[in-house]
Design a protein around this ligand. Sequence first.
Ligand code: 5GP
Ligand code: ZN
Length: 112
Amino acid sequence: MDDCIFCKIAAGEIPATVVYEDERVLAFEDLNPQMPVHALIIPKEHYANIGDGVPDDLMGHVFNTVKKVAEIEGIADSGYRVIVNTGSDAQQTVHHLHVHVLGGAPMNSGSP
Ligand code: 5GP
Ligand code: ZN
């Protein structure tokens, strides 16, 4: 996707603070962190969101990367929240599937 900012980050065309990388996923620090730890995990291949036909093995790999990122960030034991905003009501602003990993301090209830 030519105009996708996260594709550009995955391609190394836009800088990001990388937390973890392998052949299929990239994890990097959010530019505008909402918590002491706020990382994003993306598949390197472009999918608009969680409903965009992501292959099961890739989706599983993306979500299994959450634990690795939490360990690298030092929040695996204290706990963390995983959020995937999808579509307009959820205020998804970047239309390349990304998993937010938030932690580093106590959070409010997860209820809407
Ligand atoms: P969404 O609301 O789509 O779930 O979240 C998009 C997230 O991407 C936001 O938390 C925003 O701060 C982050 N973001 C947007 N542009 C960039 C960027 O160029 N670099 C990084 N590292 N994060 C970005
Ligand atoms: Zn993309």
